[in-house]
Ligand binder design. Structure first.
Ligand SMILES: *Cc1c(COP(=O)(O)O)cnc(C)c1O
Length: 377
């Protein structure tokens, strides 16, 4: 699905030098690379505060702790996402409220969101799934009407832009009260281990979060709140500092591959390619999508056969996600009604993600698209 080796070979020299520098410095934790990368990322995202942490799951948990959410508070998020999003809600004894997604963007359904709000609702967690920014303008409006926090799970869409109706653009993850991301190797900005970060423009929240990531310490050995130990290590920061200047190039390479796929599948009636719902543009020409995944919907019931056929032909592919969260043993709840999850219940049977990364060449794309089109005639 990804080709991290070829990407590394192109930047090997700079990466190896910066890792060697960390080894020579022995500042393995909180070394200069961590602060430098933090500053570079703040500048890139045009956000006041980036707080690095150990991974994207921690980032979500720490954001929720920083906002002071309390057991019993309801947090609304989507049924169709990676489990980390709902996992941390459960870990903090908050009440997850899962809702359906839109059929075209796979992102949070605004009507379902309105219906899910109760007096106990405290926060909304939109996930910018597969690299496409959710309908933030509508989400912010609902949040302000009901006085709710917005926590953007931006693990899959770093580098994406969101354009408001008045033409203003903001980077994904910097639009709500707080945003989180993951630097897991296969993410769009990946390191060579685990890593994550939290973004906010709120000075007070940033201060609170800086303490939480460091055992609740604001002054050494004085623990004002219960915190966690969640750090980005210096070696990962060195990798990320080297890769950040390439992020826009990486996003464009992914969009180019998406454009190739979209064109190749345009006339196949059994395939629905990714189209944009919130901005009205075709996804491959719009900067609100950075294609963490390239995900098709197969309309003729042959998704599973296609999955096997591609594997038989040596083509990687994956089903993200095969089981909706509301049906997972850990997260199911009798208050859920299957009728409220019509879209996710369909998507689990129709979606298939094709190889998507920064190193796809035309020969590979031609082989993949021909194999798919020949099978789904
Ligand atoms: C990857 C991912 C996470 C978790 O990130 P980790 O760094 O693996 O902990 C959270 N949410 C979403 C949507 C993700 O894709």
């Amino acid at each position: 699905m990804v080709d991290l080796q070829s990407q590394y070979q192109k930047i090997k020299e700079t990466i190896d030098t910066s890792i060697q520098e960390v080894l020579n410095s022995s500042a393995y934790i909180n070394g200069p690379y961590v602060k430098d990368f933090q500053a570079d990322l703040e500048k890139y995202l045009k956000v006041k505060h980036v707080i690095p942490c150990a991974n994207g799951t921690d980032a979500l948990q720490i954001a929720m702790m920083g906002l002071g959410l309390q057991p019993g508070d309801e947090v609304i998020t989507v049924d169709f996402t990676f489990a980390a999003t709902v996992e941390v809600i459960g870990l903090l004894n908050l009440t997850p409220v899962l809702i359906d997604v839109e059929p075209d963007s796979f992102n949070i359904d605004i009507e379902a969101l309105k219906k899910a709000i109760t007096p106990k609702t405290k926060a909304i967690v939109p996930v910018h799934l597969f690299g496409q920014v959710a309908n933030m303008e509508a989400i912010l409006e609902i949040a302000s009407q009901h006085n709710l926090f917005v926590i953007e799970d931006n693990a899959q869409a770093i580098g994406a832009n969101y354009t408001f109706k008045d033409g203003t653009k903001k980077k994904a993850g910097t639009i709500g009260n707080v945003g989180t991301t993951s630097f897991f190797p296969s993410k769009n900005l990946g390191c060579y281990g685990d890593g994550g970060a939290i973004f906010t423009n709120d000075d007070e929240l940033a201060h609170t979060i800086r303490g939480i990531v460091n055992h609740g310490m604001y002054k050494r050995y004085y623990h004002d709140v219960v915190g966690v130990n969640s750090r980005l290590d210096s070696i990962q920061a060195a990798v990320l500092k080297t890769k950040l200047p390439l992020l826009d190039e990486y996003c464009n390479a992914r969009r180019d591959a998406a454009r190739y796929y979209n064109n190749a599948f345009a006339n196949n009636e059994h395939i629905e390619t990714p189209t944009s719902s919130s901005c009205g543009q075709i996804c491959d020409s719009c900067d609100c999508h950075v294609f963490h995944q390239y995900t098709l919907q197969i309309k003729n019931g042959k998704r599973d056969e296609l999955h096997q056929h591609l594997l038989d032909n040596g083509i990687a592919n994956a089903i993200y996600y095969p089981v909706p969260l509301h049906q997972q043993k850990a997260y199911t709840n009798e208050r859920y009604n299957e009728d409220d999850f019509k879209v996710t219940n369909t998507l689990i049977n129709t979606v298939i993600s094709l190889p998507m990364h920064t190193e796809l060449d035309e020969e590979q794309l031609a082989f993949i698209t021909k194999t798919v089109n020949d099978f789904l005639k």
